[in-house]
Design a protein around this ligand. Structure first.
Ligand SMILES: [Ca+2]
Ligand SMILES: [Ca+2]
Ligand SMILES: [Ca+2]
Ligand SMILES: [Ca+2]
Length: 298
């Protein structure tokens, strides 16, 4: 009998969510964390196990704002699923991303699958520890044993508690992590952290958070276009370093108004508030941010 060519893995997913009242709106009552949805083990799946690829995922001390190709694929699956349910896409939070990366590595290296990490912290204590300490919606989906973004995504989608996290419209940001340990029970470990407040910095100080600019496709580190091929400034659709009504007309002329993520004509470049839809809200941003008739200069 050949050994280890085809194996069977038990796949387990875990979901965790709590709603904390916003004390800014409701001063006297804060619901303590601890309400769990979807933490029951299972459903269990039997999956044929391909030979795993050893992949090093190291924990960096600084915050991580960008994703590997595979985690980007997982995020694309989640966001496409949200779009088909008419729910805004999730942007990457650097602090939640660091927390998710740490959590996946912690589970893999300590060989466990639980919302309580090896330091005894629940997800909310852990998120706070990585800087995400806002009084807002928070959630966590974990998985072990699935070896690709689509397989993990399907597990979560088919489990009511996890699915509720995937489709929670209160969530605006996400962090994603995965890790592999050949000497562990499940091999692959995945962690996703959800949050209701966008804590991304705005590095170039142009009024758009870095993760919004990454979503739109403009440069988070540059607030002024140098030439027609330099998509630096979200408002400046024609990249001429000047914001005027022509930029607004350009959106109308592109035929993208009233499209949403998933539609053939949808183009994120015009989704200035990064909510998965292009409509008058995006146009109103021009006046709301008082950028009309302004120029930038390098
Ligand atoms: Ca910016
Ligand atoms: Ca920019
Ligand atoms: Ca312009
Ligand atoms: Ca929009």
């Amino acid at each position: 009998m050949s050994f280890g060519v085809i194996g069977v893995l038990i796949v387990i997913t875990l979901g965790f969510i709590v709603w904390k009242f916003d004390y800014r709106k409701l001063l006297t009552f804060v619901q303590p964390p601890g309400t769990e949805i979807g933490t029951a083990f299972g459903p269990e799946y039997n999956v044929a196990s391909p030979s795993p690829i050893e992949e090093k995922t190291s924990f960096a001390a600084g915050s991580q704002a960008t994703l590997s190709t595979e985690l980007q694929r997982l995020l694309d699956l989640i966001n496409y699923y949200r779009a088909t349910n008419n729910i805004r896409p999730l942007l990457v939070s650097p602090t939640l991303n660091t927390a998710a990366n740490w959590m996946a590595n912690d589970m893999a290296s300590h060989n466990y699958l639980s919302h309580t990490d090896s330091l005894g912290r629940d997800p909310f204590e852990r998120m706070s520890g990585f800087g995400y300490d806002y009084n807002t919606w928070k959630g966590e989906n974990l998985a072990g044993g699935c070896d690709s973004p689509p397989s993990c995504f399907e597990l979560w989608k088919n489990s009511p508690g996890h699915n509720a996290n995937l489709l929670n419209s209160n969530f605006m940001v996400i962090g994603l992590g995965k890790a592999y340990n050949s000497n562990s029970t499940y091999g692959w470990y995945w962690a996703t952290e959800f949050g209701g407040y966008n804590d991304s910095p705005d590095s170039d100080n142009d009024g758009f958070a870095d993760n919004v600019e990454r979503y739109i496709g403009t440069d988070p580190l540059d607030s002024c276009p140098d030439n027609l091929n330099d998509p630096a400034w979200p408002f400046d659709i024609d990249n001429n370093a000047y914001i005027d009504v022509r930029d607004i007309l350009k959106i109308a002329a592109a035929g993208v108004l009233l499209t949403k993520e998933g539609d053939p004509k949808f183009n994120r470049r015009y989704d200035l508030n990064a909510n998965g839809k292009i409509n008058v809200e995006d146009l109103l941003l021009y006046s709301a941010k008082k950028v009309l008739m302004t120029r930038c200069s390098n």
